[in-house]
Design a protein around this ligand. Sequence first.
Ligand SMILES: O=C1O[C@H]([C@@H](O)CO)C(O)=C1O
Length: 578
Amino acid sequence: MLLCATMHYQRVGIGLLLWSVFFTLILAPTVDARIRHYKWEVKYEFKSPDCYKKLAITINGRTPGPTIQAQQGDTVIVELKNGLVTENVAIHWHGIRQIGTPWMDGTEGVTQCPILPGDTFIYKFVVDRPGTYLYHAHYGMQREAGLYGAIRVLVPDGVKEPFSYDYDRSIILNDWYHKSTFEQAAGLSSKSFVWVGEPQSLLIQGRGRFNCLASGLQADTCNSTNPECSPYFLTVVPGKTYRLRIGSLTSLSALNFAIEGHNLTVVEADGHYVEPFVVQNLNIYSGETYSVLVRTDQDPSRNYWAATNVISRNRTTPTGLAIFNYYPNHPRRSPRTAPPTGPQWNDSDYRLAQSVAIKARQGYIIPPPLTSDRVITLLNTQNRIDGYMRWSVNNVSFTLPHTPYLIALKKNMTHVFDQTPAPENYDSASYDIFSAPKNPEATYSNSIYRLKFNSTVDIILQNANSLMNNTSETHPWHLHGHDFWVLGYGKGKFDPVNDPKKYNLVNPIMKNTVPVHSYGWTALRFRADNPGIWAFHCHIESHFYMGMGVVFEEGVERVGELPSSIMGCGETKGVYRP
Ligand SMILES: O=C1O[C@H]([C@@H](O)CO)C(O)=C1O
């Protein structure tokens, strides 16, 4: 916004100068300090990111919040003041493994008590690996109210990356709803289930465009001339190479991203270098990040559309648009061409092929262990429990305990959650993944998986038909505290005898978020080498809220003294407050 306000495109030379000054001073602070200190106030404010005015959760007045920029090995300190007045909060640092600081993962109910209104919580952690990461609320369904942002971790001085570029830019993709998260959450958790439906808009870097005129809403509620919802523009200089870091924090939608007329060379995924491959458009699932290289080699006399489209669900949300602005064209000049529409929403072969194409880059391969100590198969199903709509893994629908696991386990409060081991498998011989479940009943539990420290664990995500006939949704699964190797994807039911023979053990990419495609499976491997308690869940906001997640414990006895700042709720109340 500041950028838009400061640009005067008639004076091109000054414009370019202002640009570089802006980027040097504001977007790219110097990288010699080892501590990155941020002071944030989280608040509700009226915002109109897609022209429709609603309450959004902001950080220092902004959504998306400020970008955290650091260098590998730096310590990030975020002093977070909860100014929400009547609501708790917690922030998760998505993709940061929190080695040695599992209590800073920001996952309410798992690693910490929520931060109370008026309280200030200090998050402090090391960013140990370069790459593109995200942060977002991890309490209730707050993420979709706008509490999110980007983390950019640069390589140390003197270290060269395996590709070159002239400029480094970041954008976050999102979907946007007009109903409040409270109304949505209440609908999802009532017996007369109300589904959140498809989002009203798609946002690029916090901006979208809802059709106010067609909606018939009054101008004080929806105003297309509001500068808050003028399209985001990314100004580029012709003849250069841009590294574009793209993250998705959608609540529901899988997206396809494209820049009209430009190829994208994929070079990074979730902080790992990718063996470069060229696409015309990129599929990106909630919780994933990518870096792509874009060469500004097209006709420089015009602007181009950058566009997001919904994939994998029947698309009703209009295309999300931003302007890829070739300097010195005016950044508000909309291209006269039609924006990219991406692939057909239901082209699952296309999506599977792109997932399979993502491999670790030669020279940067971290070889996976060739065998694993344990295989956990997780059947993804939609269920009904006592008339409530839920999602489950192996017929168990996850609920969060009131006392966070990390504190409960460290302080031997075993009575606060179900001690039965979570189920290792499902009845794969008799279960038909291609039909709606015969018996949709499931059980609630907050039981967890306890992993042997330093063991190698395989996870088979097995997708299935939901409660609706001929429907199997795509679920992006995100693991806290680790990166996993993506060993393979397949269609249909996983075959435990033959499919492992086809695993990629040569150059699998490591990621922290991965899709399981409809009616398919995805196989992951990770080492349980990070002492702590870690959530693994579907990154669709409403699905996790409806029980689609599990929790792993590993080496909790090795976790150091817990800070008292994470306590104060449930059984920890009073006892551990200083
Ligand atoms: O959880 C969900 O519920 C709806 C639908 O299955 C029932 O309305 C949907 O599309 C989901 O992803």
